[in-house]
Design a protein around this ligand. Structure first.
Ligand code: CMP
Length: 135
């Protein structure tokens, strides 16, 4: 079934000039970019987006990182897109992510890991409403 996912290409990717490379992987896979916007996360959006992590020890540096510069926010759609994109991104920690995945090929950190993608239909619905309320 066709579904939608909220994907963030994080500030480290934009700074490193990897936006084109990462978008290209999604396009070559056959996913459809329904929306694409360069945005800088502010503190309140970070707290809302990462509601389940705000009390964790890794959250303060994560928040600093995610608000540190522009990121690309995307709505991607396609068959089973939520699961497909998670597989393309790879494990959270770039040091452990499998070769062939975006993080496995391009990241070496568990914080600055280039991409975020919704992990379930429920989180996709919540995150899409937060980032693209009009879509
Ligand atoms: P993301 O998919 O955006 O969801 C939560 C983010 O928190 C994750 O990617 C990483 O950027 C970050 N993260 C998760 N676990 C850790 C950790 N142990 N240390 C630092 N950052 C983490």
């Amino acid at each position: 079934t066709t579904e939608r996912s909220l994907v963030l290409i994080k500030p480290d990717a934009v700074r490193r000039g990897l936006l084109g490379e990462i978008l290209s992987r999604f396009e070559r896979k056959g996913l459809v970019i329904e929306a694409l916007e360069l945005r800088t996360m502010d503190a309140s959006l970070a707290d809302a987006h990462y509601a389940e992590h705000v009390d964790k020890a890794f959250y303060p540096p994560l928040k600093d990182f995610m608000t540190s510069g522009p990121l690309a926010a995307l709505v991607l759609s396609g068959d089973s897109v939520i699961e497909v994109v998670r597989a393309m991104i790879g494990a959270t920690d770039g040091r452990k992510a499998a070769a062939g995945t975006i993080r496995g090929d391009l990241a070496l950190s568990n914080r600055e890991n280039l991409v975020h993608a919704s992990d379930s239909p429920e989180s996709a619905e919540r995150e899409l409403a937060l980032w693209f309320p009009k879509i």
